[in-house]
Design a binder for this molecule. Sequence first.
Ligand SMILES: Nc1ncnc2c1ncn2[C@@H]1O[C@H](COP(=O)(O)OP(=O)(O)OP(=O)(O)O)[C@@H](O)[C@H]1O
Ligand SMILES: [Mg+2]
Length: 479
Amino acid sequence: MNSKNVLVIDDEPVVRDGCRMVLMKQGHEVEICETGREGLIAALKGRHDIVILDLKLPDIDGMEILGTIMKEKPQTSVIIITGYSTVQNAIQAMKLGAFDYLAKPFSDDELVLSVERAIEKKHLVEQNLSLRRQLSDTFGFSNIIGNNRRMMDVLEKIRKVAPTDCSVLINGENGTGKELVARAIHVASQQSGGKFVGIDCSTLSPGLLESELFGHVKGAFTGASRDKPGIFELAGDGTLFLDDIANLSTDIQGKLLRVLETREFKPVGGTSFKKVDARLISATNCDLQEMVEKGSFRQDLYYRLSVFPIYLPPLRERKDDIPLLANHYLTQFCDKTGKRIEGFTKEAMEALVSYEWPGNVRQLRNFVEHLVIMADRHTLDVLDLLENLNIKGFWREDTVPNTRQELLEVKKRILEQTFGQFEKLFLIRALDQCDWNITLAARKVGMKRPNFSALMKQYKISRSSDRPAPHHGQPHVIV
Ligand SMILES: Nc1ncnc2c1ncn2[C@@H]1O[C@H](COP(=O)(O)OP(=O)(O)OP(=O)(O)O)[C@@H](O)[C@H]1O
Ligand SMILES: [Mg+2]
């Protein structure tokens, strides 16, 4: 047990000195005071972890001293000792915030045990605080990088909505930081002590999604061998993050709406209702309003989910943040790999800024990671970019530009085209390695299935058009 600073306030010399001897033997620093006044001044001025306080002192009432210490130094653990112990006294002391209450006479062991428990509790509280701090460092505002005016507006919105229990709908293209924002809201909210539970609504079939959301009871369907809580229950009084909300079936949309209206739900096959305590944040990369107009998303549910909408602009519309993000990721990946790269050359940065980044921040992040792995010099120049974009041998005499403006245009075009090729190859390789099972391929490269298949669609990739069937295994249907 580590050494602590202890203050003993008691007018009886035997008790005072007894406490001091016992606690010093345990390795603690012990200060003693004979009167209430002296003790109070010492407690307020000093840095004691634990105060051992007699209730009956000649000058000031011990309860009053306890009250003042708890008000001024709430992190102190106060152990009350008294020869006039009554239940009322004990209750009052605990209510005022005393850590423990010992009736005189107490044994050395009782005292040591009480002090050890106080130290343990303090340790737990400190650990919890530091975990919380770490968590908010990982997921909090400080991780959302951006000086762009529209991103500053987003941060301001997050700051305002976080402490409320309002439902938030985050909209933005793939890789714009929707989950990052959802987590930042959670960390800054009253729910931050609870869990952050997320579910990707597009990856599950309607039947499974219902049980995933609301849970099921034993025997609700074939294979339901025991009760299983859904994520509404798992989220408890934390935050529930419904990702890719646009793909909900009409049936689930109706059920979700009912749950949000009544704030209660019934597990599949269950008979009794459970309460919803979690705060709801949902996200989509689709234009839900347009889907409402077309009739594929319920208007009433849309209103419920989007009480407070947040829109994350694509990276190409906040190009001024590209250097900031690129340098941030450069530092991060250099730290991770131990490489020493000072930065991008001016031209390289211009090329990064002029590219359109269809995969937004995620694509930029992955690209910088790739650059860092490949780099073997101290700065990254356009050549590094081009080499890593796999376009050696691209240059022809007639494509050499005449003006700087043209040069920049060409640079932009090259990056767009070649990055596309690169991305396409990346998708095909992953699919090849997983026998064209999209779910496995997406998982292998660390992407979500819907994002992976959206990119496949974008590049018109399907096995029949791009690749011969593998020699082994079952034929795989691409959906
Ligand atoms: N403003 C930002 N600052 C720092 N990192 C960011 C920012 N925006 C996004 N990122 C990073 O980009 C990656 C993608 O972010 P995130 O997963 O939150 O995007 P998303 O919008 O949920 O994507 P998807 O639609 O594909 O689910 C993450 O690594 C995230 O940390
Ligand atoms: Mg996401």
